[in-house]
Design a protein around this ligand. Structure first.
Ligand SMILES: [Zn+2]
Length: 331
């Protein structure tokens, strides 16, 4: 990252097709919009702990996280080019190319204020996005089109393993479902294939995964979790290890985590079905990986509906019910 941002030239107006009137900077020859500059056309909130940017443009909400090559745009996961989103010196930059593609109206000759929302609107948009939840009936309905990611295996419903269970070592909560040998009803090891669960499109596949360099590096991140009393999003992503993310056609998303290997042929944009292998079970991102042993070998999958963790509105019992009845039966 450090090498990439070696040259920043500040300009006044970026011109692509002679129609752009936004403050911009050139970073290594690429035009970026500094979205942290006050503007009437959009509103940005950067969370320095999560290293995450919420950007509201008209009625659209974009969520970018440092180090993650997927953005959430409203209810969908969308792949990014590697440097579409950058942060430096507390400023956040999005490439003009990305904004031009997704928000062409920002770049027309129309005065920017016509597109503006009130300043207060930004907090509101972010709060509305965070407050979305689903009922047990809605979740069950969504789950019906999914199949188990491990053939012949059941997801864990131990109270300490279900989503929402505390994870004190990182001052956060468990966000997904787990499959371990002792609870899945089948052996789960590095030769266990992981399947894509349903019809959708790959938005992220970690072919060039870089593990923590040492146990010490990982502990440093965990110590920071303690300092801020939560798990920052960019750290949570490192703790998930090698991943594949899928945007399902039914509006759901999956993050397959801790993988040992990902399928060679899989690319961003690849179409998948319940029978497509995305990789093999592993323990990447866990303490077992940095200790170079087989502890913590398991599959972890986060499931979201329209960009929201499916379990946010459910009680413990409802989560157990949905996981046991919908997902484990669909083998
Ligand atoms: Zn887990």
């Amino acid at each position: 990252m450090g090498l990439i941002i070696c040259l920043i030239i500040v300009g006044a107006i970026v011109k692509i097709n002679n129609e752009i009137r936004l403050p911009y900077v050139y970073i290594d020859g690429t035009p970026y919009i500094d979205v942290t500059e006050p503007s009437l056309s959009y509103h940005a909130v950067y969370d320095e702990i999560d290293r995450q940017l919420h950007l509201a443009v008209r009625d659209n909400l974009y969520i970018f996280t440092e180090g993650i090559t997927v953005a959430q745009i409203n209810e969908k996961f969308v792949p990014l080019k590697k440097n579409d989103f950058l942060t430096k010196n507390r400023n956040s930059y999005v490439t003009a190319e990305f904004l031009l593609k997704n928000e062409p109206k920002l770049f027309t000759k129309k005065p920017a204020y016509l597109l503006a929302k009130k300043q207060e609107a930004k907090e509101e948009i972010i709060e509305v996005a965070a407050a979305k939840q689903f009922t047990v009936e809605e979740v069950s309905q969504y789950f019906q089109t999914l199949r188990s990611p491990l053939k012949g295996a059941k997801a864990d419903i131990f109270p300490s393993h279900i989503p929402g269970a505390p994870r004190t070592y990182r001052y956060g909560f468990h966000e997904g479902l787990d499959w371990y040998t002792y609870s899945a009803g089948t052996d789960v090891n590095r030769r266990t294939p992981v399947y894509a669960m349903g019809e959708g499109t790959v938005v992220r596949v970690d072919h060039e995964y870089k593990p923590y360099e040492s146990e010490r590096e990982r502990k440093k991140d965990l110590a920071y979790c303690k300092t801020v009393q939560r798990t920052p999003q960019y750290i949570l992503d490192k703790l998930r290890g090698r991943q594949v993310w899928v945007q399902f056609d039914n509006g759901m998303q999956a993050r397959f985590a801790h993988l040992d290997l990902v399928s060679e042929r899989l690319k961003v944009g690849s179409r998948v079905t319940e029978d497509t292998q995305v990789g093999y079970v592993g323990n990447s991102g866990t303490s077992g990986e940095v200790k170079k042993d087989d502890t913590e070998l398991h599959l972890h999958v986060d499931l979201l509906i329209k960009g929201v963790l499916f379990w946010k509105g459910l009680s413990k019992e409802e989560i157990q019910h949905v996981v046991a009845n919908e997902l484990s039966q669909s083998l």
